[in-house]
Design a binder for this molecule. Structure first.
Ligand code: BG6
Length: 484
C-alpha cells in the first residue's frame, strides 16, 4: 500500500543565513554619489522605549538636511558595512551561511530617485558585495526597498502617494535586474509592506493636517501604488532573468483572541485578515472582498487605474516571505497594550518578553507557518526573526545564552512545521551582525551573532567580535538543524 512520506527534518538545500538592511548597516551616507534617503532624516529616539521612525514633517526634514552630522541620525553611519563588507561576509562564511539578505539603497543607484542615468559607483558597490558572496558560495537575497527611498522623491511628489513613483521604481528595478542578471536568484520587493499602514518610514509620505480617515486613505493609497509597483517588478524580473524568483515580504503578526467569546474570535480574525491582506494581493493577485468591505465601511476611497487589476492578477510572487517577532492579542473590547516596534496589541499573560517589551512566542511561529502554507500553498521563507537585547562585552566575550535560547526555541518550531508538511525554503535571522535599530536608531539594541564595538553615540572602534551564539549557529548550520 502507498504510504506518503512526511519530511522529518530540514531539507538538504535549506537556506540558513542572516538578514540586514542598507540603512541599518552601510553608513557611507554621503559619498560616491549617493543621495539622501528618507531613513536618514529620521532622528534617533531619545528614550529607548520610544519609536522615532514616523515623527517626520516638513520642518524636521529641513532641520535634518541642515544637520550634516551623523550624531542625531545614526542610520547615516550604520556599522560602516560599506567599508567592512569583506570582513563581515568572511565572518558569515565562517558560520557557514548559505544565504545573506541585504537591501539595495535606491538612492545609491539613483540619488534623486528619477535621475536620467544611474550612478555607476553605486552599482559597482553591490557588484563587489556579490563578488564576495560568490567567493563563499553564499546566495544573495536582495530586498529592493527596505524602509527607505530617495528623499528627493518625498520632496518632489510626496513619496509613494504619487503614481509617478511607480515609474521611477520601475526604472530602478530594471537597471538592477539587468546589471545583476544571473547573479541573484532571490529578490524581495518591499520590506514588511503592511507597515505602510503606520506611515512615513515605509511610504515616504509626509502627512500634515490630515483627519484620521484622510490619513488612513493616504496610507492605503500609497500602498496600492507599492502593490502595483511590486507586481510590475515581478513581471520585469521574470522577463529579464527567468530563473530568478520574486518574493513578497510581510511583518507577520498573528492575532489571538483574548478569549473564546465569539466576538473576540471575530475581532482577532479581522485583525489577522488586515495583516494578511497584503500577501493576499501579492500572492493571489487580487484585493480580497473583506478588505473592499473594510474600505467601504471606513470611508476609504482609493484611486486605481483600469489596468491595475490585470497587473496584479497576472504577476503574483513566486514565494512568500515574512518577518516573525511576536504575536498579539485582540478582544472586542479595549485591553492592556504591549510594545512592538510599530504595532501594539493586547498583552498575552502566557508569554515572556524581551528587554524592549516584545512578547516572545515560538509556538506562534509554527501556528503561523501552518496557516500561511494552507492559505497560499507557495514556498515560505522566514526572512527575519531574532532577539534585540542589551549585551555585555566582558573580557572580549559576549555570553548571549538568552539569544541562543530564543533562536533554538523558534527553530524547533520551524522543524515541527516542516513535519506538519509546510514547505519552508529558509531562515535568515535578523541582524546577524549588530546594527542600528530600525525603530529607535539605537546601537545598544543588539541582535547579532557578531558584536560591533560602537555605542549609541557612535563612539567605538567598530571592531567585530564573535559572541557565543556565533559558534552555536555555526553548529546549527553544519548539522542542518539537527544539533540545536
Ligand atoms: C523589522 C524590520 O521590523 O524589525 C527591521 O524589517 C528591524 O528593519 C527589525 O530592524 C527589528 O526592529 P528594531 O526596531 O528592533 O530594529
Amino acid at each position: 500500500m502507498y504510504k506518503k512520506q512526511f519530511p522529518q527534518q530540514f531539507p538538504d538545500n535549506f537556506l540558513w543565513g542572516g538578514a540586514t538592511a542598507a540603512n541599518q548597516i552601510e553608513g557611507a551616507w554621503n559619498i560616491d554619489g549617493k543621495g539622501l534617503t528618507t531613513a536618514e532624516v529620521v532622528r534617533k529616539a531619545e528614550d529607548r522605549k520610544k519609536m522615532s521612525m514616523n515623527l517626520v514633517d516638513e520642518e524636521s526634514i529641513k532641520e535634518a538636511i541642515q544637520d550634516q552630522t551623523t550624531t542625531n541620525y545614526p542610520k547615516r553611519r550604520g556599522i560602516d558595512f560599506y567599508h567592512h563588507y569583506q570582513e563581515d561576509i568572511r565572518l558569515f562564511a565562517e558560520m557557514g551561511f548559505k544565504v545573506f539578505r541585504f537591501s539595495i539603497a535606491w538612492a545609491r543607484i539613483f540619488p534623486n530617485g528619477d535621475d536620467a542615468d544611474p550612478n555607476e559607483k553605486g552599482l559597482a558597490f553591490y557588484d563587489r558585495v556579490l563578488d564576495e558572496l560568490e567567493k563563499y558560495q553564499i546566495e544573495p537575497l536582495i530586498t529592493l526597498s527596505h524602509y527607505e527611498l530617495p528623499l528627493a522623491l518625498t520632496q518632489k511628489q510626496n513619496g509613494w502617494l504619487s503614481r509617478k513613483t511607480i515609474t521611477a521604481f520601475e526604472k530602478y528595478t530594471r537597471i538592477v535586474f539587468e546589471r545583476y542578471r544571473g547573479r541573484v536568484r532571490y529578490w524581495l520587493t518591499f520590506n514588511e509592506i503592511n507597515t505602510g499602514t503606520w506611515g512615513f518610514h515605509e511610504t515616504g509620505v509626509v502627512e500634515t493636517n490630515l483627519s484620521a480617515v484622510e490619513k488612513e486613505t493616504v496610507r492605503y493609497q500609497a500602498l496600492h501604488h507599492q502593490l502595483v509597483a511590486s507586481a510590475l517588478a515581478t513581471k520585469q524580473l521574470h522577463e529579464i532573468d527567468p530563473k530568478a524568483k520574486m518574493g513578497c515580504m510581510l511583518a507577520r503578526m498573528q492575532t489571538y483572541p483574548a478569549s473564546c467569546r465569539p466576538e473576540d474570535v471575530r475581532a482577532a480574525q479581522l485583525e489577522d485578515q488586515k495583516n494578511l491582506f497584503f500577501t493576499d494581493v501579492q500572492a493571489r493577485g487580487e484585493y480580497p472582498e473583506f478588505m473592499n468591505r473594510y474600505f467601504a465601511e471606513h470611508g476609504i476611497e482609493l484611486q486605481m487605474e483600469q489596468q491595475d487589476e490585470t497587473v496584479l492578477a497576472e504577476n503574483p510572487v513566486d514565494f512568500v516571505s515574512f518577518s516573525y517577532y511576536m504575536t498579539t492579542v485582540t478582544s472586542a473590547q479595549q485591553g492592556e497594550e504591549v510594545n512592538g516596534n510599530m504595532a501594539t496589541g493586547g498583552r498575552n499573560p502566557y508569554l515572556e518578553e524581551s528587554d524592549w517589551g516584545w512578547q516572545i512566542d515560538p509556538v506562534g511561529l509554527r501556528i503561523t507557518l501552518n496557516e500561511m502554507w494552507d492559505r497560499y500553498r507557495k514556498p515560505l521563507f522566514i526572512v527575519e526573526n531574532g532577539l534585540g537585547a542589551l549585551d555585555q562585552l566582558e573580557a572580549g566575550k559576549v555570553h548571549d545564552d538568552y539569544r541562543i535560547d530564543y533562536l533554538r526555541k523558534h527553530i524547533i518550531q520551524m522543524k515541527e512545521a516542516i513535519k506538519d508538511g509546510v514547505e519552508l525554503m529558509g531562515y535568515t535571522m535578523w541582524g546577524p551582525i549588530d546594527l542600528i535599530s530600525f525603530s529607535t536608531s539605537e546601537m545598544s539594541k543588539r541582535y547579532g551573532f557578531i558584536y560591533v564595538d560602537q555605542d549609541d553615540d557612535g563612539k567605538g572602534t567598530l571592531k567585530r567580535i564573535k559572541k557565543d551564539s556565533f559558534y552555536w549557529f555555526k553548529q546549527v548550520i553544519a548539522t542542518n538543524g539537527a544539533q540545536l
